[in-house]
Design a protein around this ligand. Structure first.
Ligand SMILES: [Ca+2]
Length: 735
């Protein structure tokens, strides 16, 4: 198998995403797509794109976007040039989002990573940093508590400026995609870092720059490092970074953690005041055991902080006046970097509605930037927005996707999601290396990242979910005998541990990838559920499997397997068989009550009663792609379920029912209407909502009433599975 000529997303594509790949094979002008049974399912032409300078290759584009059926496929040019298997499906996007977010957890310092959550990458707490001295450059006695926070990259340092842009990026996910936020530990991870941020603020409002060891640590596990760690450098950039991020945290946390949010805003203001009084305090010039993060231009950080504070309604200390000045002088870039943060400021202005002139200006400029990114992709023979590859090129590419995603919030001038998808294709395999740049993502992923934890834990596989810096034609590590495969700029990558210039990992590259995946999840994966759910029932003369088979024959689309009796093993046997039957027919099936049963049987998800496992626990067990439904008996329960982030709610009882013994009061049409109104008002506030199925004694006559009321769907049991002719009974149901 020779796949070096083929550049495609090794993880796959989504059913409705673009499916573009590149070939540099000189003697093929058409391609075929084969399915898992080696049947030909698609044929297309390879269109010449021109010579791509970075690799001096003539590139051809193949496009099979019209192939939408989920499954496993491969690209074939001729008998010698074929791709490996890849998916058309949604699951890999959710899986990669989960893995990427989890990579932040694996970067946590100062706490135990327990096997329960960290698996084989469990490790003991190290670098508590809860009583560390100041660096000699500080000329300050005493000890400081700088506990917690993520390690920055492949090293064990902790740096506010790089963490700040990373946090700002994750906060933007929480703000723009509430459903993604609800279905993952995103807020918990953000909070872990924020707690460290807060500890890094001095009593006078200024914020320290970094925590680092006296010398660079060698490749040993965190708990075996030997150098003293110190805190140093209160600077203008670190303080403004902090001010901006804490103001953003105020926005994100105020909905559900108002006290914490208020505290964040106070700290943000104190930091801003310090920076106003100390507008040009440089970064600490120490690199004996840590990176420099040298940035001498502070105006972009001032802009970011002011825009965030303004958006949170802070009007003191001349913020608006200075912001107007910023809006005349600040440029708009293609991407956010740790050094150039102005796009965060523009994004804040574009998303606010308090000053429409500023909003319009910000939107116009960001849109110009997005158009330029689109043009760069279209002009590139390799369909990538970069023609030069600097340190952390993968992070930059993901940040280009972020710019497109933000503009997509208000503009549909281009199919921004499609272009963002193509950018992410590059990171997952559509690149000259012909490999995925994310650890653990697939067979071609990096094995030897410049990452001290991965390089010293004795485990073969590196910590998963980490994106490496990628192609870097400036090769700052060439003195370390890095085996680069060619002198050409586009081949400046090596999966070699010493290659810090191409193979290091860093939180500020993971964060925009996490954002881009959240955006793709938001656009290309849907847990869009059918509007009728049928529950099976414990019946002595009609087994669950017989019911499932009958429902499949009836063309039911969404089943809840509701086994109430039997041991776990008994239930698992039935569940596995039912799931297999449903999967063959592309029917969604959720398991009642037990997330472990759902996990073991590979069901689509679980339905939880009010007294069952908490949603957060089920989410932890099943991951973000699982469908998690929850029962609600009242409007208060519905609120609770929305807070918990379920994918759907089973709302009932609508009427009296014979199937389920129910002590809860009957909701009736009035109760349903109240829920509809509540959900509509949440939608207006951009709060998380999900569909709800009305359940309990529903008759054929009720369906029209419920539709008119605005219910998302209905759930029935005896009406269908208790009928003499299940097919007819199901067909008669209209919703
Ligand atoms: Ca700057």
């Amino acid at each position: 198998m020779n796949n070096s000529f083929l550049r495609y997303n090794h993880l796959g594509y989504a059913p409705f995403s673009p499916k573009v790949f590149l070939s540099t094979y000189p003697s093929a002008f058409s391609f075929q797509i084969l399915n898992e049974r080696s049947e030909l399912v698609f044929e297309g032409e390879l269109l010449e794109q021109g010579l791509w300078e970075p690799t001096q290759e003539l590139c051809f584009k193949g496009d099979f976007s019209d192939l939408k059926a989920p499954g496993r496929y491969r690209i074939v040019l001729d008998s010698s040039v074929q791709s490996d298997w890849f998916q058309i499906g949604e699951a890999w996007i959710s899986d990669q989002f989960d893995a990427n977010l989890k990579s932040f957890y694996y970067q946590r310092s100062g706490v135990d990573l327990l096997a329960e959550r960290a698996g084989k990458w469990a490790r003991p707490a190290a670098h508590l940093d809860d009583a560390i001295p100041f660096h000699k450059s500080m000329d300050r006695g005493g000890l400081w508590n700088a506990h917690g926070g993520w390690y920055d990259a492949g090293d064990y340092g902790k740096y506010i400026v790089n963490a700040g842009v990373s946090l700002g990026t994750l906060l933007l996910i929480a703000e723009l995609y509430p459903e993604v936020c609800k279905h993952s530990p995103l807020l918990e991870e953000i909070r872990f870092e924020l707690d460290w941020f807060i500890r890094m603020q001095d009593h006078d409002g200024g914020v320290f720059f970094k925590v680092s060891p006296d010398r660079w640590d060698s490749f040993v596990p965190p708990h075996e490092t030997i150098y003293q760690r110190r805190i140093l450098g209160k600077s203008t950039t670190s303080t403004l970074n902090f001010a901006a991020v804490l103001a953003h945290a105020h926005r994100v946390f105020s909905k559900e953690h108002a006290d914490f949010a208020r505290k964040c805003l106070e700290k943000s203001k104190n930091a801003y005041l310090w920076a106003q009084a100390n507008p040009d305090i440089a970064y600490p010039n120490n690199t004996e055991g840590s990176g420099l993060y040298g940035d001498s231009v502070y105006s972009d950080e001032f802009f970011w902080a002011r825009a965030m504070l303004f958006r949170e309604g802070v009007s003191d200390f001349d913020i608006f006046k200075d912001l107007l000045e910023d809006s005349k002088t600040q440029s708009v870039l293609h991407a956010i970097t740790w050094r150039d943060t102005q796009n965060f400021g523009w994004i804040a202005l574009a998303l606010q509605g308090m000053d429409l002139e500023l909003q319009e200006k910000a939107r116009f400029q960001l849109e110009q930037s997005a158009k330029e990114i689109v043009a760069l992709i279209e002009q590139s023979p390799h369909r990538i927005s970069l023609s030069e590859f600097h340190w952390g090129s993968n992070g930059l590419i993901a940040n280009h996707a972020l710019t497109l995603a933000v503009v997509h919030e208000w503009s549909t001038a281009f199919d921004y999601a499609a272009y963002a998808f193509e950018l992410i294709d590059f990171i997952y395999g559509r690149n000259p290396q012909g490999m995925s740049f994310v650890t653990g993502s697939c067979a071609s992923a990096p094995k030897f990242p410049h990452h001290r934890i991965s390089g010293s834990d004795g485990i073969d596989e590196p910590v998963p979910g980490l994106v490496v810096g990628g192609i870097n034609e400036f090769r700052q590590d060439s003195h370390r005998e890095v085996p680069y495969p060619s002198d050409l700029p586009g081949f400046s990558y090596s999966d070699f541990q010493k290659s810090f210039a191409s193979n290091e990992t860093a939180i500020n590259w993971s964060a925009p990838l996490c954002f881009a995946l959240a955006y793709l999840k938001h656009n290309y994966t849907s847990k869009k559920l059918p509007s009728i759910q049928v529950l099976t029932w414990d019946l002595s003369s009609f087994s669950h499997i017989e019911q499932v088979k009958a429902l499949i024959d009836a063309n039911a689309q969404f089943i809840q397997l509701r086994q109430k009796s039997g041991t776990f093993e008994d239930k698992l046997k039935v569940a596995k068989e039912a799931v297999e039957l449903c999967q063959k027919n592309e029917i969604r099936i959720v398991i009642n009550d037990d997330p472990y049963l759902a996990k073991e049987s590979l069901a689509s998800g679980v339905h939880l009663g009010l007294k069952d496992t908490p949603v957060s626990t089920a989410r932890f067990i099943l991951g973000s792609k699982a469908i998690i439904g929850g029962t609600a008996n009242s409007i208060l329960d519905v609120k609770r379920r929305l807070e918990e982030g379920v994918d759907y709610i089973g709302l009932g009882p609508y009427k009296n029912t014979s199937t389920k013994e129910n002590l809860s009061p009957i909701l009736g049409a009035e109760g349903v209407l109240k829920v509809v109104q509540m959900i509509e008002s949440r939608k207006k506030d951009s709060l998380f909502v999900c569909p709800f199925y009305v359940i309990g004694g529903i008759s054929y006559e009720d369906t029209q009433v419920l539709q008119d009321l605005g219910a998302s769907g209905i759930a029935v049991s005896s009406l269908v599975v208790g009928a003499d002719n299940i097919q007819e009974a199901y067909k008669k149901l209209k919703f």
